[in-house]
Structure formats: C-alpha cells, structure tokens
Design a protein. Sequence first.
Length: 181
Amino acid sequence: MDRTWSWRVVGGLAVLWLVGSLGVVWLLFGARLVALTGIAGPTGTFVVTDCFEGLEDTDTHCRGRYTPSSASTAAGAEASRPMLLRSASDDFRPGTRREVRLVGDVVFEPSPLDAAEYVTFAGWTAVTLGLPGHWLLASSRRGRFLNGENYVFVWLASLFGAIALGIIALPVAWLLVTVRG
C-alpha cells in the first residue's frame, strides 16, 4: 500500500475533525453570542412574571411574556407569548420590562460582559476540540505521527489567547450592544 495515500486519508480526517469542531462550537455558542451582542435575533420586550435560579448553572432565569417589536411583528412574528429569559442580569420583580433578543424559543438580554465571556468560552472550546485535528493535520503533512508533547504548551498558550480575545471583544461587544440594542 502506498504510504502517501494513507496520510492523505489522515489529512482528510483531520480536516473533517476541524470542521466538526467548528460546527460544535457554533452550535454551542453561536446563536446565543449573536443575541448577547445584539447583532441578530428579533428584538422585543419581555415582561417578567417570576425569576428563579437555574438547576444546571447558577444563572438567574425568568419566566414571562415576550412581545416582538413593531418591526419584528411586521415581518410576520407572533403576538405576545410565554417565554424564558436565560441568564438574566438580575433577579427582577414581577412586571419588570426588559429589552431582549429572541433566539429559538428563548430570549436574551444584550450584554457586553456576557458576550465577552462567551467569546472566551467559545475560543477555549474551539482550541480544546480542534487541537487533535491540528495534530493529525500536521502529522499527515509530514508523513509520520508527531510527538504530541509540545501540543500541551500550545493548548495552554491558546487558552491564554482565548482569554485575551474575550478581553479584546469586550469593548467591541459593548459598542454593538450600544448601537444595535
């Protein structure tokens, strides 16, 4: 069997691994991140009926009614409906009104701090999931499996890079939330 053919297969698997890693990161963080920054998602008003602490996390979640803004309603959105506000910025009293963005069946308050935190977590997840694919790709290019010891240091440096990316994203997210609401 030709050795270059087998390494091409390893390279193809590495590319699939990297694409899959990016897909997982997008599924975990993408929609919520664009809602937190105010980039996408229909806008509307959320009226709180009650708040509680989440079971899986320590975030505050609120139940209430979501009403799309007039621009969203003109685009064919539904009228007021019950909804869950995930990761509320405070434990709100019943009747409190909040400007929110809709993502699926959940609404989020645009928040620069939460957006920067999500950028950090998305970077950390992308690095952690993508590093084995990068190792396989580098190995396939050389035609032999590389020693993976240095990848531990690359992983640690990338984690610090993800933290730095979150810090850099904070003013950008603040600007987006201010401009787009």
